[in-house]
Design a protein around this ligand. Structure first.
Ligand SMILES: NC(=O)c1ccc[n+]([C@@H]2O[C@H](COP(=O)([O-])OP(=O)(O)OC[C@H]3O[C@@H](n4cnc5c(N)ncnc54)[C@H](OP(=O)(O)O)[C@@H]3O)[C@@H](O)[C@H]2O)c1
Length: 281
């Protein structure tokens, strides 16, 4: 598996498995097992998804060694006060059935982010968390966090897909030595017309791949980590099978031109994110 070297030299698989909205316990456990047995080595979950327990069971029952799986979870902003954050982490360790977590993110840039980030820093310094990062951070929030804390976040997990390529935010992440990880790399099923575009079909046919595989490959070739989610075994395999070809420069340019510069997932636009997040309190 291709990896990204994070700013603390931890190696993170460039392709991972997302678990948002897999709420049925059995389906979640089965999907995680299918993903790991397909070859995925990064599993992304969050307290807010309500499935850390099933993810933990899936990892345990997959047959993989703990040290071969990179686990990411996230702290919800309702838990950003110090004691709440420590408790949320304790729960995550228990539910995931692990004695260290590879990556913990602040899920949202709201509430007492400083307090939560400093709890993450203390767990990181004790070696209980191997890397810490953020999600949904806009440039000013990211720079602020970096300026007034010790540990530079290893990643910023943001919406990124062909219609929302996040060039500016990716550039800021890069400038501050923060890796970009794309959530909703397939557009969360909200832009299905994309996968019928003749330009994308032509590229897909050349490599005997699907247009979704081309979409994921384009992000990966731009050094963006992707974490597509599916509960279907054939799609889990399809999304993983993107490492045996390379897009050429002309194809990369064609795909780059599909960018609309606008979030598909309402909740990752700056204002909409704040309004949506407040409904989670
Ligand atoms: N940090 C954050 O705030 C945040 C926000 C959103 C997501 N995330 C993380 O990022 C992960 C990925 O994002 P996402 O789940 O929102 O969206 P996504 O991975 O872009 O898309 C998932 C949707 O696409 C479908 N799909 C997957 N592979 C497919 C294929 N090969 N062909 C056709 N349809 C396919 C899935 O359906 P089926 O399952 O029915 O196959 C599902 O409806 C999440 O699962 C989560 O771990 C993080």
């Amino acid at each position: 598996m291709q990896t990204i070297t994070l700013n603390n030299n931890v190696e993170m698989p460039i392709l991972g498995f997302g678990t948002f909205l897999i709420q049925d316990k059995d389906e979640c456990e089965r999907s995680v097992i299918n993903a790991i047995q397909t070859g995925y080595r990064l599993i992304d979950t969050a307290k807010a998804y309500g499935n850390e327990d099933a993810v933990g069971m899936g990892i345990k029952n997959s047959g993989a060694k703990r040290e071969d799986i990179f686990i990411t979870t996230k702290i919800n902003f309702g838990d950003f006060e110090k004691e709440d954050c420590e408790k949320a982490l304790k729960d995550s360790f228990e539910k995931l059935r692990v004695d260290y977590i590879d990556m913990v993110l602040l899920h949202w840039p709201f509430g007492n982010t400083y307090s939560a980030y400093r709890v993450l820093e203390s767990f990181y310094e004790k070696g209980l968390i191997k890397a810490i990062g953020v999600s949904n951070y806009m440039p000013s929030q990211l720079i602020d966090l970096i300026k007034f804390n010790k540990v530079v976040p290893a990643i910023n997990q943001i919406e990124a897909n062909l219609l929302c390529q996040q060039k500016e935010l990716r550039e800021i992440n890069k400038r501050y030595n923060v890796a970009t990880q794309a959530y909703a790399p397939l557009g969360q099923g909200k832009a299905e017309y994309l996968y019928e575009l003749p330009a994308l079909i032509e590229i897909a046919e050349k490599y005997n791949k699907t247009t979704r595989q081309i979409a994921l490959k384009y992000l990966v070739q731009n050094q963006i980590s992707v974490i597509p989610k599916s509960v279907h075994i054939e799609r889990i395999k399809e999304n993983f099978d993107i490492f045996d070809f390379e897009l050429d420069k002309n194809e990369m340019n064609i795909i780059e031109s599909l960018d609309k510069g606008k979030n598909l997932i309402g909740c990752s636009q700056d204002t909409a994110l704040a309004e949506f997040a407040m409904t989670w309190v």
